[in-house]
Design a protein around this ligand. Sequence first.
Ligand code: GTP
Ligand code: MG
Length: 319
Amino acid sequence: MTSTTDIIQKIGSGSIRAIARALSKVENGSSDSTEILDKLFSRQQGFTIGITGPPGAGKSTLVDRMITRYRSSANSVGVIAVDPSSPFTGGALLGDRIRMQSHATDSKVFIRSMGSRGHLGGLSGATRDATCVLSAAGYNPVIIETVGVGQAEVEIADLADITLLVLVPGLGDDVQSMKAGIMEIGDIIVLNKADRNGIEQLESYVKASLEYLPAESRKPDVVRISAANGDGLQDLWDSIDKLMASKTEENRITRSAVRTLNEILQENGVLFSEKLLDLEYGGRENAEKLMLTRQISPYAVGRNLLERAERMFKHNGSK
Ligand SMILES: Nc1nc2c(ncn2[C@@H]2O[C@H](COP(=O)(O)OP(=O)(O)OP(=O)(O)O)[C@@H](O)[C@H]2O)c(=O)[nH]1
Ligand SMILES: [Mg+2]
């Protein structure tokens, strides 16, 4: 079996196999995954870019353009394609949903698709950890593509330093029903398929919606592009570069470390609670049975677990 040190060392020397192996481990939450992530966390250097938007908006076509852009300056590029509705991880979705085949044979481009499974922190935790692996392996930027505009997708895309929300003409009711809160997530709102009818209406609608953002919040740039034919891409690159330049490395690292710690504390909370449920009730199912027969309320379960933990801490002293 490959040891953690071995994997870390091989990632350091650019082994694609070691990177893939580390990714599988962190996605599945395997027992040595936190040890791997612990070693890799401080090695992250590059930027991360999140791209979200409704199905078929042209996100992958845009990612393909981005890869070309960053590869032309000799960077290696990592892509994580997240599909919350799919149970598959690894390579299963490639080719189907992702239009980045022009880079399929480029060894400096690492594309990974992720579905929902295994990780204690859910898909967003798995994506965060996969981003850490790729970033530490030297991919810069790491691009995270997520389908959808619900809260969960927004959360995933927002793991990144910069988030792009891709919208297209003809979304009709989808756009109408989009809350200003969703607009707020994009650092940059990309209006794609500018070659299509309806782009003017979309732009007016988006700009009007942005008026409702709270006065103190930063107004996102709105950039019209056609990912398919390349129109407007230079404006988008300029907008991204400007935003990147405004974020100091210290800011980015602090934000990422603090956010990750918050999430890990929550993940730990789940683990601790499960252990306490075992001790106090012989497992969660038993506590649930008691609740169903109205012998106990969820509040009492919570309080009993806390009291149990406090008794244990007291008993063990405060060493
Ligand atoms: N007319 C036009 N079509 C585009 C443009 N960009 C992408 N498309 C087309 O839109 C379709 C969907 O593109 P994708 O890049 O797969 O979209 P996506 O958002 O990644 O889709 P999912 O990952 O399935 O949500 C494809 O047929 C693209 O060729 C554009 O600027 N103009
Ligand atoms: Mg796609």
